[in-house]
Design a protein around this ligand. Structure first.
Ligand code: COA
Length: 378
């Protein structure tokens, strides 16, 4: 028997798409990404309008996403979410082994698996910032801090980390979480939908999604972006970037599967960072943000120029992670927590997609083409 004689799994001959690029696998009401024009619509609104609105926080955007996923009218569950944070705090004593794992994403995966079995979406969404902050405090040898149902999600997370949480800072974190709340069928959202399509309950869908987000090609890039900004500080970035490429490494925070122009989320974060800096100054605080921002723009331009020389056929521009790194750094969030902080915001999209997939009610199960050995066993 040879490979030509094998009957492929149904559909396998149709496409050997690399990384499923361009393959549409779901209809969604949750977000739309236009990679050619650099536009992103979340829950029916342009990302810039949502994230830079003075009036909006993460909660109503998450509520709108979830209600769209459920095809139900939107309701305000801010108080329930606050209650979910408080309830998650009460569960911390039995999660300390999971939360103390050295890597923040491993700790979040383990604590969510252990602490959210059987949870509904809002209970789980409320638990994530509590677990991320508690893990960070435990790993640093510090006591955990108690959440308050009265605070907003963003204000509470900053407080739980022991960081200042005045409104300008909470607004910057809201802008971040709103911006990353959903983004089409990215790898972690697809993962969540695959698990949901098997009929699994909410927790394993989210645990699987956090796992997908951990990788540096998805949500793990912002920490390395800051490492790059540190490494190129005070020097010409071109030489450093060339060394990275020559060593076979990718430039973190650059390139995207969908966008062929600059990621619109990078613009939102630049605006949010500038606004935060201005507000910090008005409060009388000193800030190194603008120098960091200027350096980041310089590195971005150098990386874009170098990558366009190497890949003239494929525009590789700054992606969401590039300026995520700066925004989260400006908030004083440790870089080891960047991916986990991303997960808290993206969980709104995951949960909405899980609900949407449930309503589809069809197992996601693509096909494979067998290219393995064809030998008779002795
Ligand atoms: N630095 C250097 N080269 C890059 C690159 C980067 N950041 N991104 C893509 N390329 C190159 C690849 O090496 C490849 O070149 P080759 O064909 O000569 O091997 C080509 O561009 C196409 O890359 P590919 O991996 O096929 O594209 P993709 O659509 O699958 O990748 C990303 C998208 C995001 C995974 C990719 O751009 C990347 O790895 N970026 C860096 C990590 C990052 O910032 N992740 C966060 C994403 S939001």
């Amino acid at each position: 028997m040879n490979h030509a004689e094998l009957r492929a799994e149904p559909g396998a001959a149709a496409a050997k798409a690399s990384g499923l690029e361009g393959v549409v696998v779901a209809d969604t009401r949750l977000s739309h990404v236009d990679g050619e024009r650099g536009e992103l619509v979340i829950a029916g609104s342009r990302v810039e309008d949502l994230a830079l609105s003075e009036a909006l926080s993460f909660e109503p955007v998450a509520a709108r996403l979830l209600s769209l996923g459920r095809a139900e009218p939107c309701r305000d569950w801010r108080a329930e979410l606050g209650g979910a944070r408080v309830a998650a705090f009460a569960r911390l004593p039995r999660l300390s082994t999971s939360l103390s794992l050295p890597d923040a994403m491993d700790a979040l995966i383990a604590a969510t698996a252990q602490g959210c079995a059987g949870s509904d979406p809002i209970t789980l969404l409320g638990a994530l910032p509590v677990f991320v902050a508690a893990g960070a405090r435990l790993r640093a040898g510090l006591p955990t801090l108690a959440p308050s149902a009265e605070r907003s999600h963003a204000e509470d997370f900053l407080t739980l980390l022991g960081l200042p949480a005045h409104p300008a800072r909470a607004r910057a974190l809201d802008a971040y979480w709103i911006t990353v709340s959903d983004h089409g069928l990215n790898a972690s959202t697809f993962t969540a939908r695959v698990v949901a399509s098997t009929g699994a309950d909410v927790m394993p869908c989210v645990v699987a999604a956090i796992g997908a987000l951990k990788g540096p090609l998805h949500g793990g890039a912002p920490g390395p972006v800051l490492d790059m900004l540190d490494a190129t500080s005070g020097a010409d970035p071109r030489a450093w970037l060339e060394r990275e490429i020559a060593a076979g490494r990718r430039i973190m925070g650059m390139g995207h599967r969908i966008y062929r122009v600059r990621d619109p989320r990078a613009f939102v974060f630049e605006r949010a960072i500038s606004r935060l800096e201005q507000e910090e100054r008005e409060r009388g605080g000193s800030s190194a943000i603008s120098a960091r921002l200027a350096h980041a723009r310089h590195v971005e331009q150098a990386a874009e120029a170098l990558l366009s020389e190497r890949h003239p056929e494929r525009p590789l521009r700054a992606n969401v992670e590039f300026y995520t790194a700066l925004l989260l750094e400006a908030l004083g969030i440790p870089r080891a927590l960047f991916s986990a902080t991303f997960a808290i915001g993206r969980a709104a999209g995951w949960l909405a997609h899980i609900e949407e997939q449930r309503r589809v009610g069809k197992l996601i199960r693509p096909a494979a083409r067998y290219v393995g050995p064809l030998e008779s066993l002795p």
